[in-house]
Design a protein around this ligand. Structure first.
Ligand code: GLN
Length: 351
């Protein structure tokens, strides 16, 4: 807007003085998405990554949630959705897996929808813990106790911020919000929910620890239950990539055109993903990949390339920090090949 108001003379003078940056790729090509502008290249790189990593056998399915231990560890799918709605997929992209911790991103977005970013920041925080995602020690040690919205404690506290007359109304709000971000109706995988609800003593303990510090904002166990449900929502790689593309597209779902997330909330959400999206693996991830991302113990990782699109890789075996081994490898490969790393000037078309 400001640029439009500047006079042409000023722009010419500034350009001569070298103070105006070259036009973005999008502006140069007239395309709304630089990813879409090189679709053939994206397809080629995705296919290369698939071939390169399909034989990777490192990592192990999560087993502290009994259901997850039995998911076929050979499943492997990649989905890219661009901000102008183009879709590129490879492998097992129809398989519905539990979204797990990737849900935390969208409950955060929903909490910000009504409370605004400042209030959410005050109530939850956004500091990385450097500890495991379910660490009670972090709750005790971190000055804000809830630490950030993407570790279990902070996510349970964030779920407790969702308003509603009772637990069910709050839950309906959460599921509806996820569905709008995906552009289609999502449902809970009941077996995952039952399996996790029967084994979530650790999360219940975190909720009570938060209560000790006044850092949970509704009934602790009810909040854990809605949090457990949100983790059990089923998504396939394509649906999840669309949820990510909604973030990449400034909050507008590229399939439905609906404004799902306020544009002013998007940078806060992405910054939280960069700080803590891969838990105690987040520093290494930022170093190697430079993209806001979120992992889940179901085996998915969602990475967002702001303005361009989102990539999801689903492959169940996890590393020590709880992040899918193959998904990290594939996204790192793709981000490097396509210059997606946000910290690199190449990511905005600098050659
Ligand atoms: N539902 C899982 C839990 O609470 C989510 C953890 C994850 O995906 N990292 O432990």
């Amino acid at each position: 807007m400001k640029i439009k108001r500047m006079s042409a003379t000023f722009l010419v003078a500034a350009a001569i003085a070298g103070t105006v940056l070259p036009l973005s790729i999008a502006a140069q090509t007239g395309q709304s998405s630089p990813v879409a502008a090189s679709r053939a290249n994206v397809e080629k790189v995705i296919a290369e990554a698939y071939e390169k990593y399909k034989g990777e056998t490192r990592g192990k399915n999560a087993d502290y949630i009994p259901y997850l231990a039995h998911v076929d560890s050979k499943l492997f799918g990649i989905a890219v959705v661009t901000t102008d709605g183009k879709v590129i997929t490879m492998g097992d992209v129809d398989y519905s897996f539990s979204i797990q911790s990737i849900s935390k991103v969208f409950t955060l977005a929903l909490a910000m929808e009504s409370l605004g970013p400042d209030e959410v920041f005050k109530k939850i925080g956004s500091e990385p813990t450097g500890r495991a995602f379910n660490s009670p020690v972090a709750v005790v040690d971190m000055p804000t106790h809830s630490a950030n919205p993407l570790v279990n404690a902070g996510a349970i506290a964030t779920a407790s911020l969702i308003s509603g007359k009772d637990k069910d109304e709050k839950w309906a709000k959460i599921l509806d919000f996820y569905s709008r971000a995906a552009g289609e109706k999502l449902v809970v995988i009941d077996e995952v929910y039952k399996s996790e609800a029967a084994s979530n003593e650790g999360n219940k303990a975190l909720s009570y620890l938060l209560a000790k510090y006044d850092r949970i904002y509704a009934d602790p166990f009810e909040s854990v239950d809605n949090y457990t449900k949100q983790c059990s929502v089923g998504v396939n790689a394509l649906q999840l990539a669309r949820m990510g593309a909604t973030l990449a597209n400034n909050g507008i779902n590229p399939k439905t055109g609906e404004v799902v997330i306020k544009s002013e909330d998007v940078p806060h959400i992405l910054s939280a993903m960069m700080m803590a999206g891969l838990y105690d693996g987040s520093g290494g991830w930022a170093w190697h990949v430079g993209l806001p991302a979120k992992s889940g113990v179901g085996g998915g990782i969602l990475a967002v390339v702001p303005g361009k699109g989102a990539i999801v890789v689903f492959a169940p075996p996890l590393d020590e920090a709880g992040n899918s081994v193959k998904a990290q490898e594939v996204i790192e490969y793709v981000a490097n090949k396509l210059n997606y790393n946000l910290y690199s000037p190449l990511s905005v078309g600098w050659k």
